[in-house]
Design a protein around this ligand. Structure first.
Ligand SMILES: NC(=O)c1ccc[n+]([C@@H]2O[C@H](COP(=O)([O-])OP(=O)(O)OC[C@H]3O[C@@H](n4cnc5c(N)ncnc54)[C@H](O)[C@@H]3O)[C@@H](O)[C@H]2O)c1
Length: 262
């Protein structure tokens, strides 16, 4: 599917991998609806930075009504600009590292469990669910009759979660596991689904990591010997949109890294 003149809904679009993807798609002639829970001033500043092909919609993916409002806003904007929806990238995600039982004998809080599952799993499904209703009505494009692409954001933690990543790893495993059934469900509408499983990328989320964890993960990269940068994620996003044969799969984007215990 062509990126040009299509509108992509991106949650977590105000920062990191979501924002990087938005920039790439705008540079390729696409339009981006940035859904994020950040303060409106922050979201509007990102909108301004990306230019007139970007629009910020305040949205908390934990709140289904908030998603409904933002998705409707994106649909109305797409209709106003005449650039139909082309896909959705649920990149909003959170991580609250905690061991199931730590060295002090404390267990992970269930409040944190619900929060991380709520954003990373329920929020992802809810955003795709509500966006798919509109994507399914888009005029099909090209000889394959393609209507859209869903790009899920999993993680290396889905495969080799480290100490303290029981909950985060479980949510990212869930995201990886939903790529194929979601692709099967949406195939009849000409909508593809692909998940990307990145290792460490330089973003707002990774900046919160301890120096010890950062150092440990950085050492696991085979080549190049460093963490990834958002443009290296977003060039894959663009390729997934453009390559119709990518569907129902998870692509590891990790410089050959396999996470160590910690
Ligand atoms: N950075 C990494 O090393 C890395 C590695 C693997 C996977 N990921 C995944 O990539 C995705 C993007 O993360 P990032 O690294 O760009 O982090 P980031 O913190 O820079 O960006 C995440 C964005 O999501 C938004 N967000 C969080 N909760 C939200 C909610 N409830 N509703 C709406 N927006 C919400 C935040 O406000 C933020 O703008 C996440 O799903 C993360 O798990 C990141």
């Amino acid at each position: 599917m062509k990126v040009q003149n299509r509108t992509f809904i991106i949650s977590g679009g105000a920062s990191g991998l979501g924002k990087g993807s938005a920039l790439e798609l705008v540079q390729a002639g696409g339009y981006v609806a940035l859904l994020d829970r950040v303060d409106p001033e922050v979201g509007q500043a990102v909108e301004k930075e990306l230019g007139s092909s970007a629009k910020f919609f305040h949205c908390d993916v934990l709140d289904t009504e908030s998603i409904a409002k933002a998705v409707q806003g994106a649909v109305d904007w797409a209709s106003k600009t005449g650039k139909p929806l082309g896909g959705v990238i649920p990149a909003a995600g959170v991580n609250l590292p905690a061991a199931i039982l730590n060295s002090k004998g404390q267990t992970v809080s269930l409040e944190d469990v619900d929060f991380v599952i709520g954003v990373n799993v329920r929020g992802t499904i809810d955003l795709v669910r509500q966006s798919a209703v509109h994507l399914a009505k888009v005029e099909p494009e090209g000889p394959d009759g393609e209507r859209g692409v869903v790009i899920l954001v999993s993680s290396s933690s889905a495969y080799d979660g480290q100490y303290g990543q029981v909950v985060y790893g479980a949510t990212k495993g869930a995201v990886a596991s939903m790529a194929l059934p979601m692709a099967r469900d949406l195939a009849r509408y000409g909508i593809r689904v692909v998940a990307i499983a990145p290792n460490l990328f330089v973003t707002g989320m990774s900046s919160l990591m301890s120096e010890k964890a950062w150092k440990s993960i950085s050492q696991t990269f085979l080549f190049p010997n460093r963490a990834g940068n958002p443009p290296e994620f977003s060039m894959l996003v663009k390729h997934i949109i453009e390559n119709p044969m990518l569907n129902g799969t998870v692509i590891r984007l990790d410089g050959g890294s396999r996470l160590a215990k910690i």
